[in-house]
Design a protein around this ligand. Structure first.
Ligand SMILES: Nc1ncnc2c1ncn2[C@@H]1O[C@H](COP(=O)(O)OP(=O)(O)O)[C@@H](O)[C@H]1O
Ligand SMILES: [Mg+2]
Length: 310
């Protein structure tokens, strides 16, 4: 069953069509990634889905409830981790969570249990009495996630929750989200980091200029670029002869030279590698070899002609 159905969502700011007809569905228990560069329309889409921003057109249905008709029911089912941190610096982590819990209508023993569980989930139970202003950026993000979990949402929507934090907190957050999803929570995760989306998500929508330009499982998206891998080689000396001989190897599709590097495109990297190294070592010394599997960055580049991070 679909946890959420988003249809023809539209929002303009003046003449800027920030969201220009976005549709997607996320099944119960799925982790869906919304991947796109800065300014693509991810946050606007999410804010429309949450009813935080009025839409120009479209419909959002969560757990069978229409957002425009029954926004209270939708809000009960959804937890939201915003891109901007929404915490009071002078209060402790626990006090912040009490505040957020009350906002969700929780109180008494239920609230205390929810807070304990959420702190456990984000791994900050032992730091809960400390003031937020003493926390690192990554710890603040984790408390933000805890706040979104208090009312036990069915659907957790996260908007770039790892931007600008240390790698350790980032890994912690990714593992936490993976764990929540493994326990059945439906996830929508926006990011401009393709590695995060590849790690977490079973299905991905690639968004650019307010439109979803491709959607599918990771495998389906990689198929757009034909499952081709690249072998990058650096040799002590390159010659045209080497390039010609590499091009003659069976299953090598393309050989290019750029910035002193030889880039070989192939659908069978393991199969061609022995022949490639044999050809190279005949005339030169191999300084480095790197294998690039097809990834979402390559898919984005293929579709738009631009890099995700530019
Ligand atoms: N409140 C706003 N007022 C005017 N323009 C906005 C507003 N919010 C976003 N935009 C514009 O809408 C586009 C999409 O922005 P956003 O949804 O924040 O992208 P993303 O989250 O993918 O980086 C951008 O061109 C941005 O400048
Ligand atoms: Mg954003």
């Amino acid at each position: 069953m679909s946890m959420i159905v988003v249809k023809d969502l539209a929002k303009s700011f003046g003449t800027n069509h920030a969201v220009a007809g976005v549709s997607f569905q996320v099944a119960e228990g799925e982790a869906y990634g919304l991947l796109g560069p800065n300014g693509a329309g991810k946050s606007t889409t999410i804010n429309l889905v949450l009813g935080l921003l009025g839409m120009d057109g479209g419909t959002v249905t969560v757990g069978g409830q229409d957002l425009s008709r029954n926004s209270a029911a939708v809000k009960r089912m959804v937890g939201f981790v915003p891109q901007e941190i929404a915490l009071y610096p002078s209060l402790s982590a626990r006090e912040n969570l009490v505040f957020w819990g009350r906002m969700y209508g929780l109180g008494g023993e239920r609230l205390h249990q929810s807070i304990a569980r959420a702190l456990e989930t984000v791994g900050l139970a032992d730091r809960a009495k400390e003031r937020i202003e003493t926390y690192s950026g990554g710890m603040k993000r984790r408390i933000n996630i805890a706040a979104a979990l208090l009312h036990e949402p069915k659907l957790l929507i996260m908007d770039e929750p790892t931007v600008g934090i240390d790698p350790q907190s980032r890994n912690h957050i990714l593992e936490t989200v993976k764990g929540l999803n493994a326990r059945g929570m439906t996830i929508i995760y926006t990011s401009h980091y393709m590695e995060e989306v590849e790690f977490l998500c079973t299905r991905v929508g690639i968004i650019d200029h307010g439109k979803i330009i491709a959607e599918g499982t990771l495998d389906e998206l990689r198929r757009i670029i034909g499952h081709r891998s690249r072998i990058r080689l650096r040799l002590s000396s390159n010659g045209h002869r080497v390039l010609e001989r590499l091009r003659a190897i069976k299953e090598v599709e393309k050989v290019e030279e750029a910035a002193g590097e030889i880039v070989i495109t192939t659908a069978n990297p393991a199969g061609v590698l022995p022949a490639v190294t044999a050809e190279c070592t005949e005339n030169a010394r191999i300084q480095s070899v790197a294998l690039e599997e097809p990834n979402l960055e390559a898919v984005f580049l293929h579709l738009t002609g631009r890099a995700l991070r530019d």
